[in-house]
Design a protein around this ligand. Structure first.
Ligand code: GLA
Length: 420
């Protein structure tokens, strides 16, 4: 160890009882009265199936034990007042009346956007609200801090305005739509649904096999797969590289648009159709080659190859994991990362180095998770190996002059719920 190496910081989830007390206190201090209630929603890690959601593909998230807590009271007017322990505790205020897409600057766009989206969807009874947030989901870590915020807000508004959606999975899909619209239309981040579905639909000790074909109903779109790593003697390490992470800087939207352009050239409604045709053909390897030959542009070929092979990897991972084949599951993690690095080109040096160190220190497999361009990696390791692997990554980061990473242990946790 060199002198600049330090013990890697581990992010522990907030204790729910303490967090409820803390967020209620912030609410009272800011708005001068007790909140109507407290709700929470988790961040997520996606096990595999990256950049597939907006291609109507498959993904496999789990909810983190790290959550965002919201204390909220409805208002009789259309004003929204917000405060959070994540920034300087200044109150941000906006008005839902005459609000237009992209009409709120800063983080307030996320919660205000949810109320705006519900009103746009015809729930005119949704009025303004006061809300306070306390969170332990790292911001900018690619672990869906924004979905934790929009989904906790959606569930709180559902409850206080009696929309009746929060109690069923099908109802939650309606709230997910509002959370997605908030991110897409108010915050200007063209995300694809993975994060909000994870935050609203995941279950403890389960991974959510999410099928993003728009024609599916709630039942058809989700399958709960057993995911109890402890029982297999494993753990899932998450390392937030702390490399700068931005989804709305154009790179994500550019990837998305190229996939849509490719689908048009291939004369399919989305790349999922192509992926399914290739998977069903007698010689998938040849079928993929023919598909790629039909595309004009070398970059587009790479993007499509990632999407098609990644959807296949989700299926293989689910099969391997169910069979207890950890080696194969790890191999699929690695293949996913390599595809995201070489074909989809969404990794940065911090992600590649973290993955490389994890693999060299005994991980069964390691990959970036989330949108990329910064954010986090996950590594499947033997129980007890999370901390040493995280430390090895931190040491290598110090050696290279990268920001100090932060680590956390991912245990498949519960979706958004009412706390108090
Ligand atoms: C981000 C987006 C998701 C998804 C992932 C990539 O997290 O918010 O919708 O597209 O990137 O899988």
């Amino acid at each position: 160890m060199t002198s600049d190496n330090r013990t890697v910081q581990y992010l522990e989830p907030l204790n729910a009882k303490e967090a409820v007390g803390k967020v209620a206190e912030l609410f009272v201090d800011t708005f001068g009265a007790a909140p109507k209630g407290v709700w929470s929603a988790p961040g997520r890690v996606n096990l595999i199936g990256e950049h597939t959601d907006y291609n109507a593909g498959l993904c496999l998230p789990i909810a983190l034990p790290h959550r965002t807590f919201i204390a909220l009271s409805p208002r009789k007017d259309t004003v929204v007042r917000l405060v959070s322990d994540m920034g300087d505790k200044a109150v941000t205020t906006t008005d839902l009346e005459d609000l237009k897409p992209l009409g709120v600057k800063g983080w307030g766009a996320y919660p205000a956007g949810v109320a705006w989206a519900l009103r746009e969807a015809g729930f005119a009874g949704v009025q303004g609200f006061d809300a306070a947030f306390v969170s332990c989901v790292p911001v900018g870590g690619g672990l869906s801090s924004s979905a934790a915020m929009t989904c906790s807000t959606a569930l709180a508004l559902d409850d206080v305005y009696d929309l009746g959606f929060g109690g069923t999975d099908a109802g939650r899909v309606r709230l997910i739509d509002a959370a997605m619209r908030a991110e897409n239309d108010m915050a200007g981040a063209s995300t694809g649904g993975l994060d909000q579905n994870a935050s609203m639909r995941c279950q403890a000790n389960r991974a959510l096999l999410l099928d993003c074909r728009p024609e599916l109903d709630a039942v058809q779109s989700a399958k709960q797969e057993p995911f109890n790593l402890g029982a297999l003697g494993l753990e899932l390490l998450v390392v937030d590289t702390q490399a700068p992470h931005q989804l709305n800087d154009g790179q994500y939207a550019e990837r998305r648009k190229m996939c849509e352009d490719a689908a048009r050239i291939l004369k399919v409604k989305n790349l999922r159709v192509t992926a399914d045709e290739i998977a069903a053909s007698p010689d998938p390897f040849q079928a993929l080659k023919e598909t790629l030959d039909a595309l004009p542009d070398p970059t587009m070929k790479k993007r499509v190859r990632h999407v098609v092979t990644e959807i296949a990897r989700v299926r293989s991972f689910v099969r391997a994991f169910a069979a207890g084949d950890v080696t194969e599951a790890g191999r699929l993690f690695n293949a996913s990362h390599d595809s995201l690095a070489a074909d989809y080109e969404v990794t940065v040096p911090e992600l590649d180095v973290a993955v490389d160190v994890a693999r060299k220190h005994g991980a069964y497999g390691a990959r970036m998770t989330g949108g990329g361009f910064g954010g986090s990696i996950i590594a499947l390791v033997d129980k007890g190996q999370g901390r040493p692997v995280a430390q090895a990554i931190a040491d290598q980061f110090a050696h290279r002059g990268f920001h100090a990473p932060r680590a956390l242990a991912a245990v498949a946790s519960d979706s958004a719920h009412k706390e108090a």
